[in-house]
Ligand binder design. Structure first.
Ligand code: PLP
Length: 453
């Protein structure tokens, strides 16, 4: 039976039957609810809060910009914060990405990049190219277009009749290599899958390939083997296919470099970023494009046939500038790299629990995958709800982790993401891991022998 937890509460929650504590205020890596309970924000909400909660500097920037002008429509004006932020991002991004289109959601930014790719193909005179290839065990957003690209069975299931069929290839998932390889026998066959897919689909029809540099939500910080993205770039070049990197989670320092692809010195044609850009202080994302894409559109149609009400919002751009200042002044990208190593080292202690199958990550972006049998790497049956049990128990204990399931084959697989704000200290990492350790101990001890077969 449905219980309304609070009378007069008409918010349509993600899970209408769940009781959500009321967040009162945020301070550094902590969120404090109205009952006074303190939580370690171990995953920055959903890998969002890069600089931590409660920044005075961001508050001041917000006030100053709101005092001048909070909104000017992107079809009528430009603004100083939008221009300054675009210039900053071009400086930070891989060489060649020169144009920045601001949006207010990750899915919106993904669809913008896909539409830029498509209009580029039409405007340069290759209208046959329209398909976008993506990967299984990936996530690119929940709007119908972005969901079509996402390779997550659970998130797609309900909406299947509404989503367009698009080609997907195997992920670069070393712990569960979909092509049956071991690290020693791997020749990046998963990258070669892209070439096969392009040939099957017909190179004349393929506009772009999209991938997350390190897969986040749907598989728990999957780091590809070195060489993977370089090979992907070569294949894209060979078949005149654009490379779109989805840095919605990995962008702006999360993996210890400005962008995830910086680890492999790859320049994409389009880059989508990032939750951490405004660090949760305002909704702001962007799609960045190379000069050839911008040129084809400006010299072709002349207009990018697209737009959203809050594109280039000056208040959001001013906030993001203050976030980037904070990151730069405090060397937070470097800190994400350093603290990421500390986090991974501490997390590896959790291998003492037999249900921990794999621990992986890059920078402050780490995943822990749970298995029923460590030797065979067999995942738990989904009805065991291991991820939920771990996530809920950790939450009760004051630690927020990001849950994920279905990574192994779309249905099976349990993992959590740890991605705390970049300001986390060594002591706070120790606290985080201690709570997680206790959580896994308790959940493990509640599993019966049958659960573990
Ligand atoms: C890699 C990636 N792309 C796109 C999205 C969609 O972003 P949003 O939830 O802001 O629409 C997400 C959200 O988690 C994501 O992780």
């Amino acid at each position: 039976m449905f219980t309304q937890h609070r009378p007069h509460d008409h918010v349509f929650y993600r899970n209408p039957t769940k009781y959500y504590p009321e967040a009162d205020y945020g301070q550094g890596i902590y969120i404090i609810d109205t009952e006074g309970k303190r939580y370690i924000d171990g995953c920055s909400g959903a890998v969002v809060v890069s600089i931590g909660h409660g920044s005075e500097k961001v508050k001041q920037a917000m006030l100053e910009q709101a005092d001048r002008i909070a909104f000017a429509h992107g079809s009528q004006f430009t603004t100083r914060p939008a221009m300054d932020l675009a210039a900053r991002l071009v400086d930070m991004a891989p060489d060649g990405l020169k144009w920045v289109y601001f949006l207010s959601g990750g899915s919106e930014a993904i669809e913008t990049a896909v539409k830029m790719a498509r209009q580029y193909q039409v405007d340069r005179g290759v209208p046959s190219k329209y398909k976008v290839i993506s990967r299984w065990s990936s996530y690119h957003g929940n709007t119908l277009g972005a969901l079509a690209l996402s390779g997550h069975t659970g998130r797609r299931k309900y909406y299947q009749p509404l989503i367009q069929h698009t080609p997907h290839i195997a992920p670069a998932y070393c712990y569960r290599c979909p092509l049956g390889r071991k690290p020693e026998s791997c020749s990046l066959e998963c990258a070669e899958e892209l070439e096969k897919a392009i040939l099957y689909e017909g190179p004349d029809s393929v506009s772009a390939f999209i991938a997350e540099p390190v897969v986040g939500a749907t598989a728990g910080a999957l780091v590809p083997k070195d060489g993977y993205f370089q090979r992907i770039r070569e294949i894209c070049d060979q078949y005149d296919v654009l490379l779109i990197v989805d840095e919605v989670m990995t962008g702006i320092g999360r993996t210890g470099r400005n962008f995830g692809v910086d680890h492999w010195s790859v320049t994409p044609d389009l880059l989508v970023c990032a939750k951490g850009l405004a660090s949760g202080y305002t909704p702001l994302f962007c799609a960045m494009a190379s000069e050839p894409i911008h040129k084809a559109i400006r010299e072709g149609n002349g207009n990018f046939v697209h737009g959203h009400t809050y594109s280039q919002n000056p208040l959001s751009c001013a906030v993001a500038l203050a976030v980037l200042d904070t990151i730069e002044e405090n060397n937070l990208v470097q800190r994400s790299a350093e603290m990421g190593k500390v986090l991974l080292k501490e997390l590896r202690e959790l291998y003492k629990h037999t249900i921990v199958g794999d621990i992986r990550g890059l920078g402050l972006f780490a995943g822990v995958e749970f298995v029923q049998n460590r030797e065979t790497r067999a995942p738990f049956p989904p009805q065991h709800k291991i991820t939920n049990r771990i996530t809920n128990r950790a939450f009760e204990k004051g630690l927020i982790v990001y849950p994920g399931s279905g990574g192994a084959d779309g249905v099976h697989g349990d993992h959590i993401l740890l991605a705390p704000p970049f300001i986390i200290s060594r002591e706070q990492i120790a606290d985080l891991v201690a709570i997680l350790d206790q959580t896994i101990s308790e959940v493990s001890s509640e599993l019966t022998q049958e659960d573990l077969i």
